[in-house]
Design a protein around this ligand. Sequence first.
Ligand SMILES: NC(=O)c1ccc[n+]([C@@H]2O[C@H](COP(=O)([O-])OP(=O)(O)OC[C@H]3O[C@@H](n4cnc5c(N)ncnc54)[C@H](OP(=O)(O)O)[C@@H]3O)[C@@H](O)[C@H]2O)c1
Length: 301
Amino acid sequence: MAQLIDGRVIAERVYAQLRVEIAELKTRGITPGLAVVLVGDDPASRAYVRSKDKMCRELGLHSVKLELPASTSQEALLARVEELNRDPAVHGILVQSPPPPQIEEAVIVRALDPAKDVDGFQPSNIAKLALGDDSGFVPCTPLGCQRLLVESGIEISGAHVVVLGRSMIVGKPLALLLMQKAKHANATVTVVHSRSRNLPEITRSADIVIAAIGQAHFVKAEHVRAGATVIDVGINRVEDASTKRGYRLVGDVAFDEVATKAGAITPVPGGVGPMTIAMLMSNTVKACRQAERAALSSRGL
Ligand SMILES: NC(=O)c1ccc[n+]([C@@H]2O[C@H](COP(=O)([O-])OP(=O)(O)OC[C@H]3O[C@@H](n4cnc5c(N)ncnc54)[C@H](OP(=O)(O)O)[C@@H]3O)[C@@H](O)[C@H]2O)c1
């Protein structure tokens, strides 16, 4: 049976380190601040925003939760983003996805101050990731996958990593991150997607398979070489009348059969999900530190 990579336990380790950093910042009168903007009342988005706000409070971060009606215009949202860009108590800004149809997400993301773009979706942060400039922000889910591997003692350098999915949120930045010529990277990365041929053959050649396609139980034992590490990013709803909500959440990996063959595997829930929020908190603390350094250097210190 595969080793279980427990995202909740590893996220707690991240929080323990962050608490030390936050306490140290507070000794200088600085509190990292995160603003989360929610437009509309999509229940899943609401739940995500609530958990981010809750985690900020648990860590003692300054948390701004901005809830705007679904009818909010793009101009009105841009104005709120500009206010947050200017607010010195806010170091990180996140606009919860997906916004209502009248709002073009790319326009909003571009309006964010790159120094506060803790989601790492701003073009200049994507460019920094591609360039290997670690002053930028890496999207939270890819960063969480990397941290899970590192904390579990799984060697990334030289490993063949096959990433399933090429989205700008997960697959593409994850590939860029793990192929970097840097510590905790240096992997040989292959990215597969819906047009890839011979997908099982490719995934079977991987030391590490990372599934981020949004297809319940897609990755089966036949996709995985014995002893490989399997990271499941997927979050999919499947009907389940035996639950109170009528559904349950499952990953992109058929956990039960793959766990009998893999060397290590993440569960869903409790794998990548908790790490995504932990990395958001970590990026917010990083943004705060960078803002402090920028303020000092602007005063010639
Ligand atoms: N745990 C977390 O914190 C977290 C965070 C973000 C996302 N997620 C989950 O991760 C999953 C992926 O999210 P996303 O935003 O990256 O999704 P997305 O934007 O829909 O992208 C899905 C990607 O998977 C590829 N794909 C879809 N079906 C495939 C198939 N049958 N074979 C091979 N490739 C296939 C698509 O290929 P094409 O490009 O060819 O269409 C696309 O590149 C979702 O379940 C999402 O809920 C979890």
